[in-house]
Design a binder for this molecule. Sequence first.
Ligand SMILES: CC(C)=CCC/C(C)=C/CC/C(C)=C/COP(=O)(O)OP(=O)(O)O
Length: 282
Amino acid sequence: MDKEYFLTKVLSCWSSFIRRVVFCVLRVGPIPTHIAVIMDGNRRYAKRKLLEEGAGHDAGAMALLNLIIYCYELGVKYITAYAFSIDNFRRKPSEVQKIMDLLKECMTVLAKIAKHHPIKVNFAGNLELLNAELRDEACKLMGATAEYSKFVVTICVCYCCTDDIVHSVEESCREKCYYHSYIGDSHDDDKDDDDKDDERHMINLVDIEKNMYMAVTPDPDILIRTGDKHRLSNFLQWQTCHSLLASLSTDWPEIGVWHLVKVVIDFQQNYDYFVRKRLQQL
Ligand SMILES: CC(C)=CCC/C(C)=C/CC/C(C)=C/COP(=O)(O)OP(=O)(O)O
């Protein structure tokens, strides 16, 4: 056997063994239910490594797939990734095309994984903005994995949180208008009935949250942003008001298992806060 191949195999078995041991130890404490990620720093990584720009996105896609596997092994139930914002359409056409090609490749890989593991795949965002072929692929994958619930991967494409809010308010208005025209106005003079009627026509928090693209997942416990930037970039700001923000200086393609471990330890050290906030929301 080739010596180099043998050494790589031994190292990979060893690191997978260490990872499993560390995950066992982490599982003694609370494990976050939902981790969301802003994958920043792909182009800077490519530049630093003297690679073509697209190679940074390739490495970023690989890093995402690895993180999905680590989260699955650790027992995190939901992972959500910001793959492409509506604003990203303003980037160079070649870069937009590169990310769309990677999206297609990721769909193929996730579809293969879902054949052997109960993984549900969601795409959140305005999918109307995708080309028809990608949109069909996305819908097919969502349909094929809809029954699974053990582990949920959500890829945010053509997504912006402000767009999600506007879309949800529009959807809620449509529902209420439908209700209004279907039930009809009450014509009696009873003030109590009128007040109840008004309430039924008003949009409330439950309507808005129910109609958001992200309604398929609970709010994230942790939001990780790489690339040494400390902003939300229009990603899940509605859903992250009580989330732990982990801003990492590493570029996305270099995120690894030890970053995940560190972030989860941070979550465990702040766990009382999350429990308190959750109880207040009930
Ligand atoms: C599912 C899927 C398609 C994932 C793989 C591709 C991937 C990592 C997409 C992220 C795209 C993006 C616009 C990242 C922002 O960082 P940037 O690249 O603009 O980095 P910079 O801050 O260095 O410019």
